[in-house]
Design a protein around this ligand. Structure first.
Ligand SMILES: Cc1cc2nc3c(=O)[nH]c(=O)nc-3n(C[C@H](O)[C@H](O)[C@H](O)COP(=O)(O)OP(=O)(O)OC[C@H]3O[C@@H](n4cnc5c(N)ncnc54)[C@H](O)[C@@H]3O)c2cc1C
Ligand SMILES: *[C@@H]1O[C@H](CO)[C@@H](O)[C@H](O)[C@H]1NC(C)=O
Ligand SMILES: *[C@@H]1O[C@H](CO)[C@@H](O)[C@H](O)[C@H]1NC(C)=O
Ligand SMILES: *[C@@H]1O[C@H](CO)[C@@H](O)[C@H](O)[C@H]1NC(C)=O
Ligand SMILES: *[C@@H]1O[C@H](CO)[C@@H](O)[C@H](O)[C@H]1NC(C)=O
Ligand SMILES: *[C@@H]1O[C@H](CO)[C@@H](O)[C@H](O)[C@H]1NC(C)=O
Ligand SMILES: *[C@@H]1O[C@H](CO)[C@@H](O)[C@H](O)[C@H]1NC(C)=O
Ligand SMILES: *[C@@H]1O[C@H](CO)[C@@H](O)[C@H](O)[C@H]1NC(C)=O
Ligand SMILES: *[C@@H]1O[C@H](CO)[C@@H](O)[C@H](O)[C@H]1NC(C)=O
Length: 591
């Protein structure tokens, strides 16, 4: 690691006694000259959002009055590390709490990948690290409305709009692109919207769409599985504890182990209730605001309004076998051979069709390191012995490869809701992703797959996550009229590369790691994805230079039109989202 002459903690330490808002305005004013000239609040579309010290920023009395309109549900927001120091009994979070998505959901300012709380790009950088002695507000919002009602959301949207504030929306903080946080912003947190209701007959207009569940936008996937089981149902949901079905997940497309069987989350949604930029609550379905219905299904999280609830199709529940296999490959050449073999068997589960997560994780970066392959397979309506038979061709051939051994194998049979239920998500690290949707075509002649894995691992990559969550019904749903990236329809898998770093890493090295996917890994990765493969916008690199096509394929022009209709002043701007090309990386000034 390179040594930096001036660490962010050094530069920050003299400011830590100032209130967060004052410190933040110092940072932002260094960056944006409008702090000196004033943001021009008379013009209809000011160049910049109002931040503390801008002439148009609300004063304390205005914030207090606003607090009353949201029944006292306005809170000051601090980074999660600061919250742990100040608000947790004993003055610190345990490591178990720090890495728990369920616990972090109790902290308004928390992101699951803690790098998104850090203001690496502010001048000077503003960080708040787990074991740091100083703390900057970084990219964490200043205030949050802890919404419990539609009226809370409407009041917050109107307040942000009237005062030209940077507005962000968060349900779980899982976002891998940092889209649910921004410096100097007002947050609307929908985590408390926990309504769940099942029906056997859900109507869109006069048409009975059958059984369905309506989920508040704060309902975590783990509650969905629990409640669905009690109701004898299953709905396509994330395989995660606190990711919110009716938050970012569905807006990005939403994949699941059940997607090959039932399609994407966005393919299964029947209706939304959304507060749009005007403050209006809209019913959004195939006949009411159908253009917004198109956009909310795949057009990208956080760009359209605040979702209050979403209604998804349900299916009768069934039993499934879930199987876990852990293999070791002794070196990178063996990883290559194993990855090719896995690719050759990617169609083995199609008769079910099954879903699978296949994560190759290198045991460190030293030359000649071994790697693990974690295989989690979910097979609907399949007994354990049928499951074993389906996985045997791949497993037998793997164990016949020199350098591959098996560390463990386990399977269980029972209700699919129990199989997919996660107690918690392990989070709290610094992590960025890059990803591609891998066309089914790639797997027809997959030696390139192994070559790419070997080359990536031998050049420093340590985690390549694979998701067999496409094909089957995802491909068959190609005719659904929605903003889902058409790349999903011809994909077989969604593969992502993870880059992580410890807190002690220098800002320069962090900067290089944030760009690593684009500069180093993508040129190799594209040998298997092809140059124009799309990417799943929810698990991807916020720095994609051509995000308009990479995330949205041919749909961007239409999405831009819909955006200008429902959000003409760009109140809902997120990184690499529709309209973001008009804004700086913080969504604070137009460019
Ligand atoms: C551990 C883990 C497991 C995951 N598993 C899966 C998986 O199985 N399948 C899958 O497809 N993805 C998965 N993801 C990725 C997931 O889809 C994205 O992180 C997604 O953005 C999460 O949405 P969220 O609302 O829960 O997160 P948040 O960070 O709260 O929000 C994400 C985005 O949605 C917007 N948003 C949130 N709430 C609302 C709302 N009420 N109204 C409008 N916009 C809102 C935010 O502004 C932001 O742009 C996983 C991520 C993690 C970290
Ligand atoms: C909003 O009002 C509540 C209730 O009076 C109070 O507890 C809270 O601190 C206020 N929020 C802010 C940001 O002042
Ligand atoms: C912070 O300190 C705790 C307790 O010593 C330790 O377990 C944890 O790994 C540390 N975290 C970081 C990011 O250094
Ligand atoms: C949640 O459900 C209750 C009871 O049906 C209802 O009164 C309330 O408006 C719902 N809340 C939201 C945010 O939809
Ligand atoms: C992984 O690395 C650890 C620490 O170096 C070592 O003890 C372990 O044996 C390695 N595992 C494999 C499978 O090589
Ligand atoms: C599981 O099998 C039952 C009984 O044959 C059938 O009704 C149901 O549709 C099947 N479900 C799935 C997901 O295959
Ligand atoms: C896999 O190996 C096992 C044990 O050696 C054997 O019983 C089984 O027939 C093999 N299956 C296939 C599909 O090769
Ligand atoms: C990797 O392991 C295989 C199997 O043990 C071995 O044949 C090969 O020589 C090794 N390759 C390297 C580069 O070490
Ligand atoms: C589902 O599995 C459970 C055991 O977990 C069993 O009791 C039940 O009979 C099975 N149901 C069906 C329909 O096979």
């Amino acid at each position: 690691m390179s040594h930096r002459s001036k660490s962010p903690r050094d530069t920050k330490s003299e400011m830590t006694s100032l209130p967060a808002i004052q410190v933040l305005s110092l940072f932002l004013c260094t960056l944006f000259s409008h702090c000196l000239t004033g943001p021009g609040s008379a013009s209809k579309s000011p160049a910049c959002r109002n931040i503390p010290d801008s002439a148009g920023y609300p004063n304390a009395a205005a914030w207090n009055a606003f607090n009353s309109t949201v029944s006292g549900r306005l809170v000051n927001v601090v980074p999660s590390a600061k919250y742990c120091r100040e608000s947790v009994p004993g003055g610190a979070c345990t490591d178990t709490q720090w890495t728990s998505a369920v616990f972090r959901n109790t902290i308004p300012g928390a992101m699951e990948q803690v790098n998104w709380e850090q203001g690496y790009d502010l001048t000077p950088p503003s960080l708040c690290l787990q074991n740091g002695t100083t703390c900057g507000q970084g990219d964490v919002p200043l205030y949050s409305v802890e919404a419990q009602t539609v009226a809370d959301i409407q009041a917050a949207v109107k307040f942000a709009s009237t005062h030209n504030l940077r507005l962000v929306v968060k349900s779980s903080g899982h976002d891998y692109l940092g889209r649910s946080t921004a410096p100097g912003s007002l947050l609307i947190r929908t985590t408390h919207l926990q309504n769940i209701s099942f029906t056997d007959a859900f109507f869109v207009g006069s048409q009975n769409m059958g059984s369905a569940v309506t989920l508040g936008s704060g309902v975590p996937a783990q509650s969905v599985y629990q409640q669905a089981k009690l109701n004898g149902k299953i709905t396509v949901s994330p395989v995660a504890a606190t990711v919110c079905n009716a938050g970012g997940w569905v807006q990005g497309a939403g994949h699941s182990a059940l997607s090959p069987k039932f399609g994407l989350g966005a393919d299964n949604v029947l209706e939304f209730y959304v507060v749009v930029a005007s403050g209006e609550l809209l019913q959004v379905n195939s006949i009411s605001n159908p253009d917004l219905f198109y956009a909310l299904r795949g057009g990208g999280a956080g760009s359209w309004g605040v979702i209050v609830s979403a209604t998804f199709k349900t299916y009768p529940t069934f039993n499934a076998t879930s199987s876990t296999i852990l293999l070791v490959a002794s070196n990178d050449s063996v990883v290559g051979a194993l990855a090719t073999l896995h690719a050759q068997h990617i169609f083995d589960l199609d008769s079910i069709p099954g879903g699978q997560y296949f994560y190759f994780v290198r045991n460190g970066t030293a030359a000649d390191s071994a790697s693990y392959l974690y295989l989690n397979t979910y097979l609907p309506n399949t007994t354990t012995s049928q499951s074993t038979a389906l996985l045997a061709p791949f497993l037998n051939a793997s164990l016949a490869l020199p350098g591959v051994s098996i560390l463990g194998e386990q399977s269980s049979y029972g209700d699919i809701n129990d199989a997919l239920y996660q107690v918690d998500d392990s989070v709290g690290a610094n992590e960025v992703l890059g990803s591609r949707l891998i066309p089914a075509e790639t797997y027809r002649d997959p030696t390139v797959v192994g070559e790419v894995y070997r080359e990536l691992f031998s050049s420093g990559t340590t985690i390549i996550g694979g998701h067999l969550v496409a094909g089957g019904q995802v491909a068959e749903n190609a005719n659904i009229y929605s903003a889902v990236n058409p790349a999903w329809r011809s994909a077989k898998t969604h593969v992502l590369i993870v880059n992580e770093w410890p807190d002690a890493t220098s800002i320069e090295d962090i900067d290089a790691l944030r760009k690593h996917f684009q500069t180093q890994q993508l040129p190799i990765f594209e040998k298997m994805s092809g140059p124009d493969a799309g990417s799943y916008s929810n698990e991807a690199d916020v720095l994609e230079p051509h995000f308009e096509t990479t995330f949205f394929g041919p749909n961007y022009a239409k999405l831009s039109q819909i955006k200008s209709k429902y959000d003409p002043e760009d109140l809902f701007i997120v990184g690499a989202g529709v309209g973001s090309e008009r804004w700086d990386e913080w969504g604070i000034c137009r460019i």
